[in-house]
Design a protein around this ligand. Sequence first.
Ligand code: G16
Length: 557
Amino acid sequence: MVNIQTVATQPFEGQKPGTSGLRKRVKIFQQKNYTENFIQSILEAIPEADGGAKGATLVIGGDGRYYSDEVLQVIVKCSVAQGVSKLIVGRNGIVSTPAASNIIRKRKATGGILLTASHNPGGPDNDFGIKYNCSNGGPAPESVTNKIYEVSKTIKELKLADVPKVDFSKIGTQQVGDMTIEIIDGVADYVDLMKEIFDFDAIKSFFAKNKDFKMLFDGMNGVTGPYGYRLFVEEFGLPESSVMRCTPQPDFGGGHPDPNLTYAHDLVEAVNSQGIDFGAASDGDGDRNMIIGKNAFVTPSDSVAIIAHYAKDAIPYFKKHGVNGLARSMPTSQAVDLVAKKLGLEHFEVPTGWKFFGNLMDAGRCSICGEESFGTGSDHIREKDGLWAVLAWLSILAHVNKDKTMGVQDILQEHYKIYGRNFFSRYDYEEVDGQRADDMVKRLSHQIEKNELAGKKIGDFTIDKADDFEYLDPIDGSVSKHQGIRIIFTDGSRIIIRLSGTGSQGATVRLYVEKYSNDAAEYPKDAQVGLKPLIDVALELSELEKFTGRKEPTVIT
Ligand code: G16
């Protein structure tokens, strides 16, 4: 009989999950009872089970970042006390976010708790994160995250089981009180799933026929290292030199595990200096991806459009199941909409956050979706999936190279010839003063309310309409308001300004610009050059420098 202690606690301010879970500095999570409060709030808010987590089966995974070991033990103590029946845990708590989504679905679990702050840096002075995924394998929708937050605001008592420390390093099953803990290899099921989706033989024969074609995958010392190694080295037989930074580290080797041109510059440099044909990177928890090639950077917005264009011809999963519809987050460029129109498919524009795609997928209305924030995925699971995107690109390369020789840049140019090019860029201003950032957005919001923006002419651009994006979920009828300031010009160009929901310190302002061109002479242009006039307009309209004091962005993607 396990002893359950009742411990008095106080609510902590700000345990409101953001775009994808609660992300804070490690030091915040280390405060006495802070993590316990939040885990118990999750367990009490679990939607499927009456009476909270009683009888639940939960998948526990994460990117293995600093402080995960301690939180795993907290989850055990809280879960036993709340009557959870079973925890399915990756060895050492490590399972990538997409792999966890797959396990939740495959094992028909009640849900899952993921210990990750995704692409945010790790270590004692950096970030930790906790998020809850529901039984469909996707991030909890706002109805659930709001409930978690409500519980966290009134929590007074913790129930904690008095159990010894659990060793998560050995695969197998153990019993803690009435609860079973099954420790699994987080990689195996995922690789099996990828084999069902993609034609591994076609990819292998592409590499065999094109011996000079060089690939480099950068695991950024995050969770996808072992997955990438298993796929590229063990399955496809590529040399060890085809992968880099594939050993997960609690602090990601001191780096920022975010696959973009700034933070994955080691990969970019290696691709440029070693004449690599195809480069790819994934983030800390394995849901993001970046695709580059010889003299080519594939924006995530173009990536989802190109994958959608080739899906039915190049990827067995879509040959078999078809493509039902496409979707993107609001700030993502409209390139994928053009593919949907050409293929006669439904397409959706949802707020930022992968959780918004879940309902569409569950209803069978969306097969492929993507976000400008380096997220690409499909309805094979309910999270974005970094390695899936890399395998999709390898499948496309294998497909198009059957009768001609095409690299990444050729694929891009061919796509633009068919659809035109949606030039896109995002400027991030990280860790700015929260109040000033709010004021900046409020000012624009106010101008929109008073209808002061429509018709305004700035430089060569005239504003057609402006709004504060609101989403009506076509499946459950829920409404999400204030999802970003959207300014659309008469030529179809767009500026979007919103505050990130994943930062852990101050505010991060995101400024997105998009300009469409169907002038072939412009397709090879550098996006930054083509977009400069629009960026100037965005800075002028938002008065960003005045509000944030920043002359330059922290990151440009
Ligand atoms: C999360 C969400 C994504 C979102 C991204 C950026 O990604 O899952 O859907 O696009 O954050 O959000 P924001 O602009 O609010 O910072 P990840 O990879 O951090 O889990």
